[in-house]
Design a protein around this ligand. Structure first.
Ligand code: FES
Ligand code: FES
Length: 944
């Protein structure tokens, strides 16, 4: 029974009195009742640390404390850290070290670190990592957080005054608001008359719904409405469909089944939304969900790839679970190469199922304005414009021009927020039905069950080598788990994204891929960081390592022998790609040197003396990013174009607005895009504001995914800025009495080539907006828009080398050294690029060692439904990383950039797994958990 009690709290020095229920947590009171949004909700179950506050000076997870337990105690949130001036140096070091990306975890990290530094004046990195074990960060890989805290420790007693702008003394433009608790994530938005949604979800993996019993809701005050599938259908709403059309080998289109917005008669995976409850508070909406009883007629679930093709169809209208069978390459030539091979290495390779698990769960807040007839959806999304288009064109909410999509700060994504999900569509739709804004934020359990999952391949793979150990062919037969429905890019990821990369950076003439997309009773599978490229890299890097072992060659030697050489560039792969730039031996040799590869045996001996097994593993990769041009994407099956737009606008006071269709989820676009525009126009980034994530400000755009933002979106910014330079030159020529061709522009100054006069770009802008003495026929104003459609993919590449030490008594694998040398083309902001790499490597190590979405093979229940069961890497589980670069410029975009967001997640899994193989002499499947490693060691010892 709940009882209301009075509560007094002093929060950041200010007294608050309110009445709370005896079951309310401190987090609920701070965030929901008092509106202190800097206290973040990442799990609500004491597993992520996002909600950390200081309670009487001690850091606690506010979701794990009942509010009435802390009556009268002082509470400090990150807002108080700023006000109190006690840790300004800590926040400054976070900014300077680039220790935050999306910033969702940052308030909790800062508060934890703040208390720690009070107690520990001289911490070492290992102790800092231990201290942070309760605080998850999914973006940074912790490397820079550990550095920032270590440096802040040295500053603690400093009496130097902090300036008001401490957060922006160095670091990114966006850091100030993220460090000071002033960011606005979607769940932070509360609108007048706000209602709250919660979803009734399937508890069974496969079944018919006989009854939805709502009778218990009669006793609950505050429920506004219950919507079921019938309501949605009677309003004519349709689910978002797959955006990439794949032809089956039979010549027929793929057999696409779209995920319904609500499914109130049949369910096909645990977590599928059945009904939507809307109530006057989040608490009531969630209580209502718990009270509703669903009566199912359950059927046997299909979850495993190896049995799915023989099992009953997930969709009764199909005769099997095959959504498509697709092939790439010349099968005959490959078979011929295999028949002539001196050596063939073949094996089964499993790519484990993952979830992106950004710290901010998905959220949406829909608002319909009756007066104007306009809809506004606030949402966690990577691409507001695609969301708007799908809401209009596919779901049928309203015409596109009547919908606005606004996405403010987004707390990480890694692919999971590309897609249009039913929940956000329904919040917007329900806001019109109920004449009030409707907000929904996923719980962590909902996120595990209903977000898109990634990977999940089962592959039979083989490579053929000639007498000189040159690889002549590779072939794969892959089953790709699609989940219960075909997600928007569910068909692209295991086909083109995967198969086109199977030759990696190696000179292999023949490739053949046979891919079967398979329906199962699981959450849909789609793009997760890398999206097909990690799966391909894992196949080739495992095969090549395995072949080296079988041939008695050093894996380094076999790789070196087969790399595409710089003189072969531009290089056409057998899968149809053309590498326009790259020097694969350059990063390979540099990595081998930096990792001290050839002195590994000495380190291995040292480990042996400590009773540990040590191994070293290499991984080479090349990635195809920034899919384009649109014409090629169309031929491959894309429904949309893959360009990006930018508007670059000088305001009359010569300050600059850069408006981009790309959208950041922690990548730092407000900084990098300002750098790009500033370098073309010669103005400081303090004078530039980057606008994104809002269809009201950006007319059109395609969003952020596939490492495309800078190479495609940034290139659009360059083109638009160059249009302004061109216009400025005409104005300058008029004012300086010369021909335009006689005006030079550099570093923000237009000069006559003969040295007889010059004007700054700021002077030109003022003239453009006060065109009193102005070139005839030239439009006033200083604004330009450009669209950029890439001429080719970009091809980042690199070599990663991992060294592990294994404790045979526990099976624990410690990554002790990690070296990455990458070629991302031109690097615009080194700290941001390194940060992206750190985060990607952390996720890749996570895949190799701990992460695995698991369903019960009998019931189809989701086993890994929390951070306690799905092991996102924590600070103490990861090492620091040695990062360096080589550089070959992309030949076809104006920045020479290639993209860096996915590389770490692509390269790390094979590097780690090859290191484990080097240590154990046995190949394990991912994740190589301590239990699996321990059993392997025991088995080997037993058979020895
Ligand atoms: S929200 Fe409290 S620990 Fe995650
Ligand atoms: S910066 Fe830590 S979760 Fe994004």
């Amino acid at each position: 029974m709940t009882v209301e009690s009075p509560l007094k709290l002093v929060i950041n020095g200010k007294a608050h009195e309110l009445s709370v229920s005896n079951v309310d947590t401190l987090l609920t009171v701070l965030r929901d009742d008092l509106g202190i949004k800097s206290v973040r909700r990442g799990c609500d179950s004491a597993q992520c640390g996002s909600c950390t506050v200081l309670l009487d000076g001690k850091s606690v997870k506010s979701c794990s404390v009942l509010a009435i337990q802390v009556n009268g105690q002082p509470v400090t949130t990150v807002d108080g850290l700023t006000v109190g001036n006690c840790r300004r140096s800590l926040q400054g070091h976070f900014a300077a070290q680039h220790a935050l990306q999306c910033g969702f975890c940052t308030p909790g990290m800062l508060l934890n670190a703040s208390e720690y530094l009070d107690k520990t004046p001289d911490p070492n990195p290992a102790r800092i990592r231990q201290q942070l074990r309760g605080n998850l960060c999914r973006c940074t890989g912790y490397h820079n957080i550990v550095s920032a805290i270590g440096l802040a420790a040295k500053d603690v007693d400093s009496d130097k005054p902090d300036s008001e702008s401490f957060c922006t003394q160095s670091g990114r433009v966006e850091d100030s608001r993220l460090l000071c608790g002033e960011a606005t994530f979607t769940d932070d938005i509360e609108l007048p008359g706000q209602l709250y949604a919660s979803f009734v979800r399937s508890e069974v993996a496969c079944g018919k719904i006989n009854e939805i019993d709502l009778s218990a809701l009669q006793d609950l005050d505050g429920v506004s409405e219950v919507f079921t599938e019938q309501d949605v259908l009677s309003d004519g709403l349709m689910p978002p469909s797959c955006s990439w059309q794949i032809m089956d080998v039979s010549g027929e289109p793929m057999r696409a089944k779209s995920r319904p917005l609500l499914s109130s008669t049949k369910v096909k995976y645990v977590g599928q939304p059945i009904a939507m409850i809307v109530a006057t508070s989040r608490k009531v909406a969630q209580q209502a969900v718990r009270k509703i009883k669903i009566h199912y007629e359950e059927s046997r679930a299909v979850t495993n790839l190896d049995s799915a093709l023989k099992s009953r169809p997930v969709h009764q209208t199909l005769d099997s679970n095959t959504a498509f069978k697709w092939q790439l390459g010349d099968e005959e030539a490959v078979e011929q190469a295999f028949s002539c091979a001196e050596h063939v290495s073949a094996m089964q390779i499993v790519n484990n199922r993952l979830i992106a698990a950004p710290l901010e769960t998905r959220a949406a807040n829909g608002k319909y304005d009756e007066a104007t007839g306009r809809y506004t959806l606030y949402a966690t999304t990577q691409n507001p414009h695609i969301l708007r288009r799908v809401l209009a064109e596919e779901v049928g909410i309203a015409p596109e021009h009547e919908i606005d999509v606004v996405s403010k700060d987004v707390g990480g994504s890694f692919g999971s927020k590309i897609f249009v999900y039913g929940e956000e569509c329904l919040c917007l739709w329900a806001s019109r039905k109920l004449k009030a804004p409707v907000k929904w934020s996923a719980t962590r359990g909902e996120s595990f069950a209903a977000d898109i999952h990634g990977r999940d391949h089962l592959t039979e793979a083989a490579i053929a080598l000639d007498k000189d150990a040159c690889i002549t062919a590779i072939k794969v037969n892959t089953l790709a788990n699609l989940g219960a429905y075909l997600s928007p890019f569910g068909s692209l990821v295991p086909t083109y994204n995967y198969a086109m990369m199977l030759a990696g950076p190696y000179s292999i003439s023949n490739v053949f891929a046979d891919v079967t997309g398979v329906y199962t009773n699981t959450s849909p599978v789609d793009a997760y960081r890398g999206a097909g490229r990690p799966e391909a890299t894992f196949v080739i890097e495992t095969l090549i390592d395995n072949a080296a072992g079988e041939l008695g060659l050093d894996p380094c030697e076999l790789r070196a022998r087969n790399l595409v050489q710089p003189e072969q560039i531009p290089y056409q792969t057998p899968t149809g790609l053309v590498f326009d730039s790259g020097d694969f031996p350059a990063h390979f040799e540099k990595a081998i040197k930096r990792a001290a590869y050839f002195s590994f045996k000495e380190r291995q001996q040292e480990s042996l003396k400590q009773g540990k097994k040590r191994g070293i593993g290499i991984s080479n990769y090349v990635e195809a990013c920034a899919i384009g041009p649109s014409a090629i994407a169309g031929v491959l099956g894309a429904d949309y174009g893959l360009w990006e737009s930018a508007t670059v606008r000088f305001l009359p006071t010569a300050k600059l607005e850069v408006v981009t269709g790309s959208h950041s989820q922690g990548q730092g676009h407000e900084t990098t895009f300002a750098q790009v525009a500033g370098s073309v126009l010669g103005i400081p980034i303090e004078d530039i504001c980057v606008l994104h994530g809002d269809t009201r400000r950006t007319p059109v755009g395609m969003g952020t995914y596939g490492s495309r933002s800078l190479s495609v979106g940034g290139s659009a910014v360059v083109l638009a800025a160059k249009k302004l330079v061109k216009k400025g030159r005409v104005i300058a020529a008029h004012c300086l009495n010369c021909q335009s061709s006689a005006v030079e522009f550099a570093s923000g100054v237009f000069k006559r080539a003969d040295g007889e006069g010059q004007m700054t770009i700021q002077e030109i802008v003022r003239i453009a907006y006060a065109p009193h003495n102005y070139p005839e026929d030239l439009e006033p104003g200083m604004e330009a828009t450009a669209f950029y459609d890439p001429k080719n993919f970009t091809y980042p590449s690199g070599t990663h080398i991992c060294e592990v030490e294994i404790d045979p008594d526990t099976g624990l694998v410690a990554v002790v050294n990690y070296t990455a040398v990458d070629d991302f083309g031109a690097v615009v902001n080194e700290a941001i690029v390194e940060g992206q790499l750190h985060g990607g490597i952390a996720q890749g190590i996570g895949q190799a060692l701990w992460e695995h979405v698991k369903y019960d093979s009998e019931s189809g229940d989701l086993i890994t439904d929390s951070f306690n069961k799905y092991a996102v890497p924590r600070a103490e589980m990861l090492p620091s990383f040695d990062i360096s670069f080589t550089e070959t410029l992309c030949e076809h975009n104006p920045l020479g950039v290639k993209g860096c967001g996915e590389s770490g997640a692509i390269a790390a899994p094979p590097a780690v797994m090859n290191a484990i193989y080097s240590a154990l002499g046995e190949r394990l499947s991912m994740p190589a958990t301590p239990e699996k490693v321990w059993r392997c060691i025991k088995k080997s010892a037993g058979s020895a």
